[in-house]
Design a protein around this ligand. Structure first.
Ligand code: ACM
Length: 639
């Protein structure tokens, strides 16, 4: 990116307020002086005390949008720097990514001009450098497999075949499965030699494939000899995983022959530990083009993950085309200095949008289906709906006082109102369109982080609560979610949600799957209440969390510090009592995008922790080995 004519640098220091203060330096690198301007920056460390600034005047804040003006009459000359401080923060800054993520100026004529920003520097304490997070690792067996299989008893050969090819007479389905893995490999490793071919090759090795009804659909077994390889599989998924294992083995042996080999004798007998092996992606806070999503799905398939949980809506944008309500993806995605949705989370002077058309969705769903990756859509309700409420004003109770409650992210009055009749008409239409697009048996309806106190000053909500004998925000949430559950049941879908769905009375646990994100203990409690559970604890599986304590390590930290070794070692089953273990369906990585402003940042935070979760999802506890994992994970494809 080209440099802007202005640069904002910032430091945080622990003194000057209960949560310290920012010092900002705005450098004017343009050709002339400016005056009567304001500066906007976006920062997840928010200002809550408007008076606690020096040499600047607070103008406005909305979630992480902040606007300040210089003192009256101030002129910022060419080549000069304006210094101002901002205290009154809602929490301390603890990492270099906790400051301004973007900035721009609004000039006196209304034009918005870009400002470059730098990472937040620390003053008054030692600014620790990023730690080493991944050891070199150590292999007991020289095989490049990730996730590691359930059982392996194989001997390495000295060399390796150029490729593996199906035995003559292979079925059309087998040929297509091999073709699909060649194509997957080609997309993931554009410059590497393909491990499989359809035609025989004199330097290759023949591959016999056969279905074995005694194996589970996702299970497979491999038998190696010097002359051939045999693959038995339970179903199409098992065949795909067996072929992926062969492709990984051969790719590793070719890329790092000092370290990895291809088997010449022995067996691999493999099946997944959990049926739900998921990865979530938040496409609301940042938009990811379709090509990024298909690549992520390719990576999931390579790691034998089988669920892509697509978080399509949130306060910051509604990304799914709904033909009944086009405003959702016009007004409801556009963040712009001129509103109504303001820049957040790294947005600058230019308006930003982005959404998925229904044709895009079909592309993603088909891409997933072909690789045994199920796409589970999430429409996050009733909380996290600023974008929806801005796009469709008639969803609000017009008599509710503004700013009557705030979400933990700082959005005011951001929950769909259970007492507004249009809420239900709207959601019925959304679900009608959604179910034509997504074959998954689940629809994820969020249910997270409704602020306590929501709706309590809405006259419509108060009337409903009185009529129905409901008390409190979470009683009302449960009343609402029970109706959502009925809408989904009517459409033949099961309800999935975050763990707070169980609050205030919850919904019928039968056919409901909840994701335990707030802590590992929550998962056990949900299972006790009868819900199916997927473990996604922020303390281990939120890939936006920082990987080291040090200031210079980037990431969010509200759920703690999550080094890759911890993600790898975490055992979802943990303290689950035996009688509840069958309610634990699996585990899932969550990629929340507030901080994800670039591909480089994505790769730095998501890897190697995503492969670590893939191994935890697939490999039995007795076969997990951090040193082996570390030695292999360098081969993993990235976005
Ligand atoms: C969540 O992290 N709000 C599910």
């Amino acid at each position: 990116m080209q440099s802007a004519p202005y640069r904002l640098e910032s430091t945080w220091q622990p003194d000057g307020g209960p949560h310290g203060r920012f010092t900002f330096n705005l450098f004017n690198l343009s050709d002339g002086p400016i005056e009567n301007f304001t500066i906007v920056y976006t920062s997840l460390t928010r200002v809550v005390d408007k008076t606690a600034c020096e040499n600047a005047v607070f103008v406005k804040r909305d979630a992480n949008y902040h606007e300040f003006a210089p003192p009256a009459g101030f002129v910022l000359a060419r080549g000069v720097c304006w210094t101002f401080t901002v205290g009154g923060l809602h929490r301390k800054a603890v990492h270099c990514t906790d400051g301004a993520k973007s900035a721009y100026l609004t000039l006196v004529d209304g034009r918005h001009v870009p400002v470059s920003v730098s990472d937040l520097l620390l003053e008054g304490r030692v600014s620790g450098p990023p730690p080493v997070l991944l050891p070199e690792g150590k292999l007991d067996l020289p095989f490049a497999l990730q996730p590691w299989p359930r059982q392996i008893d194989a001997q390495p050969g000295d060399g390796f075949p150029v490729c593996l090819y199906p035995a003559p007479g292979a079925s059309m389905d087998d040929l297509k499965a091999v073709d699909a893995i060649i194509a997957l490999f080609r997309r993931l490793f554009e410059a590497d030699h393909a491990p499989l071919s359809l035609a025989p090759n004199s330097q290759g090795r023949v591959l016999h494939m056969k279905q074995d009804a005694t194996l589970e659909p996702e299970a497979y077994a491999l038998f190696f000899s010097a002359d051939d390889v045999s693959l038995s599989f339970g179903g199409a998924a098992g065949r795909q995983y067996g072929l992926t294992t062969l492709a990984q083995l051969l790719n590793g042996a070719r890329r790092e022959p000092e370290k990895f080999r291809f088997p010449i004798e022995g067996t691999i007998s493999d099946a997944p530990r959990y049926s739900w092996r998921g990865c979530h992606l938040d496409v609301s806070r940042q938009f990811y083009p379709v090509a990024d999503l298909t690549r992520l799905i390719d990576i999931l398939a390579w790691l034998k993950l089988n669920i892509f949980h697509w978080h399509l809506t949130d306060d910051e944008a509604w990304r799914l085309e709904i033909k009944a309500y086009p405003e959702l993806t016009t007004v409801g995605v556009l963040r712009s200095p001129d509103g109504p949705l303001l820049p957040q989370l790294g947005n600058g002077a230019e308006p930003v949008g982005g959404f998925y058309s229904q044709d895009d969705v079909r592309t993603i769903v088909e891409h997933g289906l072909a690789l045994n990756v199920e796409i589970v859509p999430e429409i996050d309700i009733p909380g996290h709906n600023t974008a929806t409420l801005v796009a469709l004003r008639e969803l609000s109770d017009g008599q509710e006082a503004p700013e009557s409650y705030h979400s933990v992210q700082g959005y005011a009055n951001n929950a769909l109102n259970p007492a507004v009749p249009f809420t239900y008409e709207f959601l019925e239409k959304v679900f009608d369109e959604l179910i034509t697009l997504f074959p998954s048996p689940y629809v994820h309806i969020g249910g997270d982080e409704v602020a306590d106190g929501s709706w309590l000053v809405s006259p419509l909500a108060r009337k409903l609560m009185e009529k129905e004998g409901i008390s409190g925000t979470f009683g009302l949430q449960s009343y609402f979610l029970k109706q959502i559950k009925a809408m989904l049941t009517k459409r033949g879908k099961k309800l999935a949600g975050w763990n707070e769905v169980a609050h205030g009375g919850g919904v019928d646990a039968n056919g409901t799957l909840l994701m335990a994100w707030q802590s590992p203990e929550v998962g056990i409690e949900l299972a006790r209440e009868g819900y199916e559970v997927v473990m996604t604890p922020g303390q281990a599986y939120y890939l936006d969390m920082v990987q080291g304590e040090e200031w210079q390590e980037p990431g969010a930290s509200w759920a703690g510090t999550v080094p890759p070794a911890h993600t790898y070692g975490y055992e979802a089953e943990g303290d689950f009592p035996d009688e509840l273990k069958d309610r634990l369906k699996g585990v899932q990585a969550c990629i929340w995008s507030e901080h994800f402003l670039s591909r480089g940042y994505f790769n730095r935070l998501v890897f190697p922790r995503l492969p670590a979760i893939a191994e935890a999802a697939w490999t039995p506890k007795s076969e997990k080995n951090w040193q082996r994992f570390s030695a292999i994970v360098g081969l993993s494809p990235k976005l």
